[in-house]
Design a protein around this ligand. Structure first.
Ligand code: GDP
Ligand code: IMO
Ligand code: MG
Length: 431
């Protein structure tokens, strides 16, 4: 049995979905433990593209079970739609392959409206949220007034919970933001109908997970977002509203830290970010434009153009610390082919002072200037390569330098979006 956590080491969109799909071949269970449909995880299998927002990325491997844990926030409309899509594609013949925790909190219409209205009201200081209601839903959870998946199956409890919230939500929507109010009757009816559709999937996911671990199965935990979007360890307030670091698995899925064996940190070979907030190695010139075009850097959830820049050792080392990476995966290495020189930030200068440590405050971070080391590039197309040894010398040098600087082995290299375009230097589930 091996329990492996796979998390983003940057600002999300590192290619987690692609790797989780590939790794899921060896896992009996794949578990989402935080975030919601702000995530957009892209899988390409036999040339067919699937984008998943809530259903774990193990769904396209026919023998995995897929759990949505209590730490996830679930928009039931999106879940029903996504289940229909995977069923229609033939990937979900056995519905017992998906289970959602009865304790997972539910995103209601007013969470979505408030998310959008509040981010609009922030104007210049907008976070650039995905507008999916994630923040307001987590707020209600922490304020102990949320609605959970199990409540959708208990209409009286649901009605009372909606009534309790509606007055306050509609007050803010109409009086503060000038938005139309939400009709509680309509919300209630829709949620009851969605509850009926989702009832077969609602379960105590913690018990399923516990049984799998006791039976010695391989379990893969799929992170959403990334380290620097984490509510505590990220670039607050330009973050999401959940913990995305590896430690969040314990609370979000319901598993003890002593059960976790390995942590895979996933990074791109360069860096991207969607939405507002500091990004020291962002390249707003031709370099960043080139990366965005070659890497097709558009958000899988909102379609927004991703900001692009270079790999950053200060950030990656911080990610290794807060997640406890045992392995690194470097994705999209193929995109760097054709560059004569590849800049990598080795350190930052903040107010003229050189530092290798991630600063404590957003203000310091906003003033950070990267200090680049220039690595030699390569011209070869990597997308057909399947062995580490096939990679050009300078590509291997790039990976080995990252490994040395972060002090975590690069055990996985991705050289294309397809499931098979993955080079494993080690079996991450082997004991
Ligand atoms: P996630 O949110 O971390 O799952 O990542 P996204 O799916 O949002 O974004 C990653 C994008 O890069 C997707 O379009 C993937 O198909 C693509 N991708 C992943 N790995 C590779 C790779 O190694 N090479 C190339 N060219 N594309 C990749
Ligand atoms: P995956 O799992 C990239 C960003 C948003 C915004 C901030 C807060 O695909 O990597 P939210 O809607 O969560 O309140 O938005 O976080 N964000 C992501 N960026 N990938 C994601 O998920 C993201 N999920 C949220 O753009 O800046
Ligand atoms: Mg994504």
């Amino acid at each position: 049995m091996t329990a492996l956590v796979a998390v983003g080491a940057q600002w999300g969109d590192e290619g987690k979905g692609k790797l989780v799909d590939s790794l899921a071949l060896s896992a009996e269970l794949v578990v989402r433990f935080q975030g919601g449909n702000n995530a957009g995880h892209t899988l390409i299998v036999d040339g067919v593209k699937t984008v998943l927002h809530l259903v774990p990325s193990g769904i396209l491997q026919p023998n995995t079970r897929n759990l949505i844990g209590p730490g996830v926030v679930v928009d039931p409309r999106v879940l029903v739609h996504e289940l229909e899509e995977v069923r229609a594609s033939g990937a979900l013949k056995d519905p017992s392959r998906v289970r959602v925790s009865g304790r997972a909190h539910v995103i209601v219409d007013w969470h979505v409206s408030l998310d959008k209205a509040r981010d609009e009201a922030r104007a210049e200081a907008a976070i650039g949220t995905t507008g999916r209601g994630i923040g307001p839903c987590y707020e209600d959870k922490v304020a102990r007034r949320g609605i959970r998946m199990a409540d959708l199956l208990a209409p009286e409890t649901l009605r009372a919970a909606l009534e309790r919230s509606a007055k306050e939500k509609n007050f803010e929507l109409t009086q503060v933001h000038g938005w139309p109010p939400i009709d509680v009757d309509a919300v209630f009816e829709e949620l009851v109908a969605l509850g009926k559709q989702l009832e077969p999937y609602v379960d105590h996911t913690g018990h399923i997970l516990d049984r799998a671990l006791r039976d010695g199965k391989n379990v893969l935990f799929e992170g959403a977002q990334g380290t620097f979007l984490d509510i505590d360890h990220g670039t607050y307030p330009f973050v999401t509203s959940s913990n995305c670091v590896a430690g969040a698995v314990c609370a979000g899925a319901g598993v003890g830290p002593t059960n976790i064996d390995r942590v895979l940190g996933i990074t791109k070979a360069y860096t991207t970010r969607v939405g507002g907030g500091p990004f020291p190695t962002e390249d707003e010139g031709p370099g960043g434009k080139w990366l965005g075009e070659k890497g097709q850097e558009f958000g899988a959830t909102t379609g927004r153009r991703r900001r692009c820049g270079w790999l950053d050792m200060v950030a990656l080392r911080e990610a290794a610390i807060v997640n406890g990476f045992t392995s690194l995966a470097v994705n999209k290495l193929d995109i760097l082919s054709g560059l004569d020189e590849i800049p990598v930030a080795r350190a930052w200068k903040i107010d003229g002072k050189l530092t290798e440590d991630f600063p404590m405050t957003l203000e310091e971070l906003a003033r950070a200037e990267p200090v680049y080391e220039i690595m030699p590039g390569w011209t070869e197309d990597l997308t057909g390569m399947r062995q580490y040894e096939e990679l050009p010398d300078n590509a291997r040098r790039y990976l080995e330098q990252i490994q040395a600087w972060v002090d975590v082995p690069v055990d996985v290299v991705s050289i294309g979006p397809g499931r098979d375009q993955t080079i494993y230097r080690k079996d991450l589930f082997a004991k």
